[in-house]
Design a protein around this ligand. Structure first.
Ligand code: DGY
Length: 331
């Protein structure tokens, strides 16, 4: 009989991490494209020592209760709003995530959405494809300038900082930010100014969201917030879909309350293909792909494997969401 720990991996992740997991564990990897249904996942983890989860897997108290041997949940994402961390801690289960390695890829995607929405790239693509491009139009397709404008970053963590650095150094933008913490590096290196949310919304030409999803940020961007922005403003969300009240964003875009928006995350995911998100000319929607580069996903897989193996061995996780569990971890 194998003495290796038993783990369940809820989707195929890059070999950069999976090979090590397979080497050290008896690993079952869910082979489908869609997530395992919740009830099935509960059954799968029942006899497991470790779990590799994705942001699409709900890891809650009943699921943890069904897995009395579980020592570690290694989430293949930096965000961990899919995991009930308090419930895991209470049960002695360590939780890991993948911070740091997806900062640049995500900041690139935020900037990509910002410029695509500001310069109406996707709308222009559709226009040509539909056979409507007849000639060069002096008054057609006018978008917003980026150079020298003001960027408002909501949540000045690693990714917010990386976007601000791109915009400040490359496009000479002034940077405002809203965060409960002061980011001294952003202030020193980018001349960023910490302001309240009202000021940020009123003064920014581009508003980009980089907070995590929690009780304070759920539904933060509603119609009232969009009304505080400039009519020329471009709104970008690469964080989590439920931070935005989507029907309010649709209303704001339809009625010219703001100029345009770019989303990498929606609520729900995926949005209905025939729903409003895909029918607005001034909204660009990417399918939650901000971290989707070969290098980034490989790096995420490596951290994910390291977290899992450390958790199984009772060691410190390299990227540990709940270090407070130390002292009461399951043996
Ligand atoms: C994350 O890691 O939280 C992203 O949303 C997906 O990479």
């Amino acid at each position: 009989m194998s003495t290796k720990p038993t783990v369940f991996v809820t989707r195929r992740i890059p070999d950069a991490g999976l090979d090590r997991i397979r080497q050290h564990c008896d690993a079952e990897v869910w082979p489908e494209q869609l997530p395992p249904p919740y009830e099935l996942l509960r059954q799968k983890v029942a006899g497991c020592d470790g779990l590799v989860s994705l942001l699409t897997d709900r890891i809650d108290a009943p699921l943890l209760d069904a897995a009395p041997r579980l020592k570690v949940v290694s989430n293949f994402a930096v965000g961990f709003n899919n995991v009930d961390v308090a419930a895991a801690t209470a049960r002695g289960v360590a939780v890991g995530n993948t911070p740091g390695v997806l900062t640049d890829a995500t900041a690139d995607m935020a900037f990509c959405l910002l410029i695509a929405a500001a310069r109406r790239v996707v709308e222009g693509h559709d226009y040509g494809k539909a056979g409507r491009w007849k000639t060069w139009e002096p008054l057609g397709h006018l978008g917003q300038d980026l150079h020298g404008r003001t960027l408002g970053v909501v949540g000045m963590g690693r990714i917010g900082f990386a976007l601000a650095r791109r915009c400040h150094r490359g496009w000479d933008m002034r940077v405002l930010y809203h965060d409960k913490y002061c980011n001294e590096l952003a202030e020193r290196q980018l001349g960023a100014t910490q302001v309240d949310l009202d000021t940020l919304l009123a003064e920014s030409d581009f508003v980009s969201v980089h907070t995590d999803l929690n009780d304070q940020t759920r539904g933060l961007f509603n119609l009232a917030r969009f009304r505080q922005m400039k009519r020329t403003a471009v709104f970008v969300n690469t964080a989590r879909g439920p931070i935005v009240v989507e029907k309010d964003l649709v209303e704001a875009l339809k009625t010219g309350v703001i100029f345009a928006a770019g989303l990498d995350v929606t609520d729900p995911e995926p949005p209905a293909p025939d729903g409003p998100l895909y029918s607005l000319p001034n909204l660009v929607v990417a399918p939650h792909i901000a971290s989707a580069t070969v290098g980034t996903r490989n790096a995420m897989a490596e951290i994910c494997a390291n977290n899992l193996l450390a958790g199984l061995a009772g060691q410190k996780l390299p990227a540990w969401v709940n270090p407070e569990v130390e002292g009461k971890r399951r043996k």
